[in-house]
Structures are given as structure tokens and as C-alpha cells.
Design a protein around this ligand. Structure first.
Ligand SMILES: [Zn+2]
Length: 316
């Protein structure tokens, strides 16, 4: 499998302040680890790129975008709430994160790679239409989904979000849209409070949202059951033309921000199960974007498992 990989030193410039869990070391430690892996050189390095404001406007309110720019450039330390720490560079780095996601879309659509992963920050799945939230400024995966639809004519897109937190922003952005299936497994009840199993979409989008709330302490076996009984059958029923992964690694048992009990290997088999569906339904097309994951020793290894499986040849 030809797997594209984006990283950029500028992602480290988004400074969230001393002691913040969503820190630049998440990426630098991961890169340091990946560079020790013999398979890492087989990944196809793709250059990061800035998003155009028009791309961001497909998802976010124009007044929010202006506010985000003003708040960051003026040197404020928080955007919208104490939830989102920013610095003067954060607006530009958020554009770079969203733009890099789009860059991967072009590479996959043009068959330069089969699938791809972006080692980016800030993350995106909590960002709402008109509000920053939960360490997120722009909803990278939503911008990517709209770009695939608008620019490349991809109709049906599935987003699988296995970050331990529910992706409230992503759900809300697509809950009335039957063309984008949003699937989330997440600790519940937990931050941000959304993601009850009864939230299944609204109006025409009813049925295109699948929430799989997981109890505190849920482990690999619990996730395997939810994947085999709910998530994979839903993908079979929907038949996506493209699969996106909101790849958070904070459901790992050693993550400091949550209480789910997944092993490092869980991120390998979850990746493999989704690759099997991408092979069946959409010519292997997967783009995966980093969301959460805050244990600096464990995150690199989880990302390594994910990337190694993405780049294997089982489904070529
Ligand atoms: Zn998370």
C-alpha cells in the first residue's frame, strides 16, 4: 500500500503554554520514534500546505474565522473559552493543519498514494461551526470531507472517530446531511457531553450518525464487539466512497485524560478492520488525521501501529 505522510515543523509553533497536554512534544516525540522504525522510509512524504479561507468557510462561520484570527494575532492566550489555548501563530498553524488535510485528499484522489496520515495539530473534531472548543480551532476532518465533495465530486463519505472524546463538532456539522456518515466510539458520559446512542442524525440525516458510547474501563474486547456488531455493519450498509479517520489515541489505557482501557495493539486492529472496509467499498481510500492522545511515551507507539498497518500490503 502506498501511504502518504504529512508532518511539518511549523505544527510545533502552536504554543498552548506550559504544562498543557496538547503540546508540541506530542508531534516531536512521535516523529523521533517513527524515524527509528525500518518501515518509516517507505512512507511517501507529502508537503504541508495552507488552507484557503474559502476551504474553511465550507465549515465555519465567517465571523468566527475573523474572531479566531484577531484573538490569535492580538496575543490573547485563549480563544472562546479556557478550553482553547492559543498564541500569535495559532491561526496560521490551524490553517496549515486544515490545508494539509486537503493536500492529502489531492494525493489520494490523484492515485499518488492509496491512503494517508497527517501528523498534525491543533486537532479539530470538537470545533463547532462558530466556536473553538476542546483544543480545536478548525474542524480539519470536516473541512476535508467538504473539500472531497466540492472539489473532487466524492459523494458519500464515512468518518470514523475513535478518539476517546465524542466529536461534537463533526457530528453537528453533518447531522442533517445524509451524504456524510459520522461514526464515533467514545467514553460516555464524559467530555464534551454529547454522543448518546440516541443521537442518530436529524431530518434527512437521520441514520447517518452512529454513536457508540463506551463505559469507563472498556477494553479491547468491548471495542471489538462494538466494531463487529455496529461500526463495520454500518460501513457495509452505507457503502462509502471514501473513509476518513479522526485518529485520536487517548482511549489508550495509559492516557492521562480519559479512562478507557485499550492496548497499543488495539490501534492496529481497528486500523485493519477499517482498511478491510475501505478495500471492499472505496478502492482502499482512507485519510487519517491525528486528533487526541496525550501520553508522550505511548502516543508515538500507537501512531506507529496505526501507520504500519495503513502501509501494509494486505489489501493491495
Ligand atoms: Zn480526545
Amino acid at each position: 500500500m502506498k501511504t502518504g505522510f504529512i508532518q511539518d515543523i511549523r505544527f510545533l509553533e502552536h504554543d498552548t503554554g506550559h504544562g498543557h497536554p496538547e503540546c508540541s512534544a506530542r508531534l516531536s516525540e512521535t516523529l523521533k520514534y517513527l524515524e527509528t522504525q525500518d518501515w518509516f522510509n517507505s512512507l511517501i512524504q507529502i508537503d504541508a500546505a495552507d488552507a484557503e479561507l474559502d476551504n474553511i468557510l465550507t465549515v465555519h462561520d465567517s465571523s468566527y474565522i475573523r474572531r479566531a484570527e484577531e484573538v490569535c494575532r492580538s496575543g490573547n492566550s485563549h480563544l472562546d473559552s479556557m478550553d482553547v489555548s492559543v498564541c500569535t501563530e495559532s491561526f496560521d498553524i490551524a490553517l496549515l493543519a486544515a490545508g494539509s488535510s486537503i493536500q492529502l485528499a489531492d494525493e489520494v484522489i490523484n492515485h499518488k498514494v492509496d491512503n494517508a496520515f497527517a501528523l498534525l495539530r491543533p486537532p479539530g473534531h470538537h470545533a463547532e461551526h462558530a466556536m473553538a472548543m476542546g483544543f480545536c480551532l478548525f474542524n480539519n476532518i470536516a473541512v476535508l470531507a467538504r473539500y472531497l465533495q466540492n472539489r473532487h465530486g466524492v459523494d458519500k463519505i464515512a468518518i470514523v472517530d475513535w478518539d476517546v472524546h465524542h466529536g461534537n463538532g463533526t457530528q453537528h456539522l453533518f447531522e442533517e446531511d445524509p451524504s456524510v456518515l459520522y461514526i464515533s466510539s467514545h467514553q460516555y458520559p464524559f467530555y464534551p457531553g454529547t454522543g448518546h446512542y440516541s443521537e442518530t442524525g436529524i431530518g434527512k440525516g437521520n441514520g447517518a450518525t452512529l454513536n457508540c458510547p463506551m463505559s469507563m474501563g472498556a477494553n479491547d474486547l468491548d471495542y471489538e464487539e462494538v466494531f463487529s456488531q455496529k461500526i463495520l455493519p454500518k460501513l457495509d450498509h452505507f457503502k462509502p466512497e471514501f473513509i476518513l479517520i479522526s485518529a485520536g489515541f487517548d482511549a489508550h489505557q495509559a492516557d492521562p485524560l480519559a479512562n478507557i482501557d485499550l492496548s497499543t495493539d488495539a490501534f492496529a486492529w481497528m486500523t485493519d478492520r477499517i482498511m478491510e472496509k475501505a478495500n471492499q467499498h472505496c478502492d482502499n481510500r482512507i485519510i487519517s488525521l491525528l486528533e487526541g492522545g496525550y501520553n508522550l511515551n505511548v502516543l508515538p507507539k500507537c501512531i506507529g501501529k496505526h501507520l504500519k498497518v495503513l502501509s501494509n500490503d494486505n489489501y493491495s
